[in-house]
Ligand binder design. Structure first.
Ligand code: FES
Length: 265
């Protein structure tokens, strides 16, 4: 991200910059400290919107704005509180006297591997991430996680060779890297967890036969004619088609409904 030269203001305009969020009537301006400098921002904004309000422009460190992509990890302290807090800038609402810094990227080693050949045994993960065994179980990783993932739990599962447990415990990880930023064993937890999920999906979970069949149908050209027809349609034709499309009624019993047009099922 970079900072523009917009001046800090004491009055709160009704419309914030950036996402054009409409501020509620009477929203107060509160002081927050962004990278050490004080700005007054509307109390209703997330950290991300507040930074934009203050004049910052996100070139990096912002993605989905919905708490999914992990691009906006942020650390902050509250005035008078010794504790370090963690959150996603797009999800955490500002508070008065918040001292914050965004960490759009945290360097962590990622092992190279070929999922087709590494196999489904824990030893493969141990060989790629031997630093797993540097874990001292301090649990700072779990405390730093803005998604409430049990990071220490999945690291322990990986050390014990339980790939399924590690994959399931880490399922909500969004790869923001805050866990790695706090690790005294310097473990890239989130990369190891991603590998565990991939190994789990490739070697341990039953294969999804219906998915294979659908991929084969796509590769075999089953949908080419339909896609070409759609591509050739005007906007009006597409809108009409969309409005008139067959829709599954609400509250249908599972598996009991089929569209009349079955050519592309
Ligand atoms: S911008 Fe994607 S998680 Fe915040």
């Amino acid at each position: 991200m970079c900072e523009t030269n917009q001046k800090t203001t004491k009055t709160t305009p009704r419309v914030a910059t950036g996402d054009r969020a409409i501020l509620p009537e009477g929203a107060k301006a509160i002081p927050v400290y962004i990278m050490g400098k004080m700005y007054e921002v509307p109390e209703t904004l997330t950290i991300m919107k507040a930074m934009e309000f203050a004049g910052f422009k996100f070139l990096r460190g912002a993605g989905c704005r919905g708490g999914i992509c992990g691009a906006c990890p942020t650390v902050y302290r509250m005035a008078g509180d010794y504790k370090l807090h963690f959150g996603l800038a797009c999800q955490t609402v500002v508070a008065a006297d918040m001292y914050l810094a965004q960490i759009p990227f945290y360097p962590a080693n990622r092992a190279g591997f070929n999922i087709e050949v590494i196999g489904g045994l824990p030893e493969a993960i141990h060989a790629l991430y031997p630093e797993l065994f540097r874990c001292v179980a301090c649990n700072q990783c779990t405390k730093a996680c803005p998604m409430d993932v049990d990071v220490l739990g999945y690291i322990s599962a990986l050390k014990q060779g339980n790939i399924e447990r590690a994959a399931r415990l880490s399922f909500d990880c969004i790869q923001c890297g805050l866990c790695a930023s706090r690790c005294m064993g310097e473990i890239p937890q989130y990369h190891a967890a991603q590998l565990a999920r991939r190994v789990f999906g490739k070697y341990i979970l039953p294969q999804a036969e219906h998915l294979k069949a659908r991929v084969a149908a796509i590769e075999g050209g089953k949908y080419e004619t339909m896609l070409n027809d759609l591509s050739a349609m005007s906007k009006e034709e597409l809108e009409k088609r969309y409005v008139e499309r067959e829709r599954e009624p609400d509250f249908t019993e599972r598996g009991s409904w089929q569209p009349k047009e079955t050519r592309y099922l």
